[in-house]
Ligand binder design. Sequence first.
Ligand code: IPM
Ligand code: MG
Length: 362
Amino acid sequence: MPLTKRIAVLAGDGVGQEIVPQAVSVLEAVAKRCGHTFTCVYGPVGGEAIDKTGMPLPPETLTLAKGSDAVLLGAVGGPKWEGLNYEQRPERALLGLREQLGLFGNLRPAKLYPELADASTLKREVIEGIDLLVVRELTGGIYFGKPKGIERTEAGLRGINTEVYTEEEITRIAHVAFTAARKRRRLVTSIDKANVLESSELWRQVVTEVHRQYPDVELRHMYVDNCAMQLIRNPRQFDVLLTTNLFGDILSDEAAMLTGSIGMLPSASVGATVGMYEPIHGSAPDIAGKNVANPIGMIASVAMMLRYSFDLEQEAESIERAIQAVLAQGYRTQDIASPGTTVVGTTEMGARILDHLQAGDR
Ligand code: IPM
Ligand code: MG
């Protein structure tokens, strides 16, 4: 059944401006081939929005996002805005969107495309066959906890943030992880620091309690320091990694590198009605504007949008197959290049993926 959807497209900063157009072309190609109508409505976000309006998340952009069926986001941030105070920085836009859209669950799948086994900094025998999903809590923990701030005391300045989780916050993200595991290998490894932190002790208790409703899924607990080590020692032991906002931020970057490059990983933020889809990498100011950024994480985020927001599994898979096909032909952006492959830029990688999608027609 053809669908009609409205998508808020927020390209943001740095490489966001380069990879988003590639993703939009892919989306348009899918729409055309399958008869869907996807209307993209653009809005400024992050540093781009600060320059235009003085605010990282202007009310118009928030209204646009809230009134859409899904949000596609590039990246935010850059050295230009680093001196601003926290409330005015580009990153606040991302946190604001997550909070305002109620996106408490972040899904970050790390799967190795076999063609990229040699692009990883880790040995082939360690990473071959990895297929894991980081389920990161996204609207709680130390990112949002209060009190926070920098205060002046008699002994000098004092910076503070608070790691806090309620039973309700842990319960709902645990359900996301167990439900996801049911569609996978039925193993959830919950990551915490329960040997030191009370908030983690509660995390462990609540996850264990929720698990009683999922007897068909295995639950393991692991401390975050051990997990950081196990990810590079034996990543195949993981299926779903369930974790807090901060630990998930860190571990998902590490998981990404197992797959060859952080440029490869898409993400879906879910929880309420409007989902948000973005690559897990940032704005990469060092390579921005040079047509060298890897658009695959961004394009794969479109696939996640089609899958999770619109239930268009076949369309999602067609994008993933196109990515795989282009890699199989030996095309690589510089971040995933290895001897014997052909290095292409952002636009050419996008165009090749598009070609494959369109060739699916014939
Ligand atoms: C991510 C990013 C963000 C985060 C930043 C840009 C606020 O690192 O999505 O992983 O820390 O969540
Ligand atoms: Mg991060």
